[in-house]
Design a protein. Sequence first.
Length: 172
Amino acid sequence: MKAAARSMAVVVGIEQYQAGEPWRLTGPALDACRFIHWLTRRGVPPDRITALLSPLPENAESVAEKLQSYRVLNADRATVIKVITQDLPGQASDLLIVYWGGHGVMDGDTRRLIYADATTQNKWNLNLSELLKCMRSHTFAGHPRQIVLVDACQNLVSQLGWEISMPDEKLA
């Protein structure tokens, strides 16, 4: 259990998107809660787990109740980027676990995960391919072992008609 005590996790669960009703998902925030509790039962300390959530209104109270002892932040673009590019690189772990539940798309060979503040006009997204590349760099040297788990759709951008509206950003 010593290794678990030195593990860290970032757990994302997005049910509610600024794009509105058609983008709603039921489950990812509650799945994130279950995963967080699973990690804690295996010895990962609550203060080494960051939850990035956007629950549906009908799930918000349950999520808040289940995660009273945890660091819970919004799953919007600015917050996720800050956690990935500023918080994690300054920390160390024996094992870094990143879990993402929510909408995702395939843009050619690139997997993209949609942030909670995405709209139909601004489909803000995390380029998963860039994240994985960044995590293999010296920036994440403090996290020599890493696991990334993604529970997201892989709809094709071309089938959704989103080719020209997918913003892209590089991670430092």
